[in-house]
Write a protein that binds this ligand. Structure first.
Ligand code: SF4
Length: 338
């Protein structure tokens, strides 16, 4: 066993966090806790875990659970697919495994709702199998300790890290403690921002801490190349000083919001002369938008408008797209009402 492994275990044993599921003799309880912890903080899970086990104390009880009490016991924890999968898995265990959890990673992994992480957690904690848990927290610890560059959102770098950890967890002789130590270290010490290196058992061998480069690891995922969309936004007033607005067409995100119209899509002939005021840029989740901002002289009249357009006395009183709001804030003075 390498010294960092014994340091990790000694650290874990000296400060073990009491949790109702830790040290629980029943694999069923560990399984329930791991499913609850998938998207939820330890402190939130605590009371739910106790109540759930009181309501459904074992696999047969869970397999036979009715919808209403089951959802009630999970109410407030969210991600309800988790509890539905839990019952589905319990029914499968009753039908095919004699009502007990399989004692292999593959068997656990085959249960609904059980991924690599949860299978490794149950296998190590309940059955002492040397299978490392690797999630974002654990990846961060070892990306820093070993100066690893990979994008740990992807399966390949996670698998490579799991392969590297496997002989160490095997040599530790204490897979349950090893994995739980890594979980605690990632969640509480080697935090995304301001890791507490002075309290970390891996400090003596941590290369990022040695080089003061904790913030460089793990590397952020590469920025996606977003498609570019371009367009134009026209500032145009009528004879009464009202601003022309167009209703954004049926896009789920912006439907119903008002925006500055595209000069090529006006409901009346386009003004002969417009002048360029600048560019507006905005990044959305799925694309980058660049609008050329143009202004025209106020019209001599107030043409009637079809649906989807309006002459706005007070644009700020309407729901505006961010682009319209920002362009107006920056350029309204360029198109004085009178
Ligand atoms: S020494 Fe600091 S950066 Fe390195 S693993 Fe520990 S907490 Fe993380």
């Amino acid at each position: 066993m390498e010294p960092w492994v014994s340091d990790l275990l000694a650290w874990y044993r000296s400060r073990e966090r009491p949790m109702p599921w830790r040290g629980h003799p029943d694999p069923y309880a560990v399984w329930v806790s791991e499913i609850m912890l998938q998207q939820t903080q330890v402190e939130t899970v605590r009371p739910y875990f106790t109540r759930f086990l009181a309501a459904f104390p074992d696999i047969p009880a869970l397999a036979a659970a009715e919808d209403e009490p089951l959802l009630k016991a999970w109410e407030g924890l969210g991600y309800y697919t988790r509890v539905r999968n839990l019952r589905k898995a319990a029914q499968l265990l009753m039908a095919e495994h004699g009502g007990t959890l399989p004692r292999t990673v593959e068997g656990l992994r085959a249960l609904p709702g059980v991924g690599d992480y949860t299978a490794a957690a149950i296998a190590s904690i309940c059955f002492g199998l040397p299978v490392p848990v690797v999630d974002g927290n654990v990846a961060r610890v070892f990306a820093r300790r070993n100066l690893l560059d990979g994008d740990f959102h992807k399966p390949a770098p996670r698998r490579a890290l799991a392969d590297w950890l496997t002989p160490h967890i095997a040599a530790s002789g204490a897979p349950a403690a090893f994995n739980q130590a890594m979980m605690d270290l990632g969640a509480q010490v080697c935090t995304p921002r301001n890791p507490r290196c002075e309290d970390c058992p891996l400090r003596p061998t941590c290369q990022a801490a040695e080089q003061g480069r904790q913030a460089d690891f793990p590397a952020p995922p590469p920025a996606k190349a977003l498609p570019e969309r371009t367009g134009a936004a026209l500032l145009l007033r009528d004879a009464r000083g009202r601003l022309l607005l167009a209703k954004h067409p049926g896009d789920r995100l912006l439907a119903g919001f008002w925006e500055l119209p595209d000069p090529d899509a006006l409901p009346f002939p386009k003004p002969k002369r417009t002048r360029r005021l600048g560019l507006y840029r905005q990044t959305f989740t799925h694309f980058r938008l660049t609008l050329e901002i143009r202004a025209a002289k106020p019209l001599p009249d107030s043409p009637a408008l079809p649906e989807g357009f309006c002459w706005a006395d007070d644009p700020a009183a309407l729901p505006l797209t961010t682009a319209a709001r920002k362009i107006l804030a920056a350029h309204a003075a360029s198109t004085p009402a009178h």
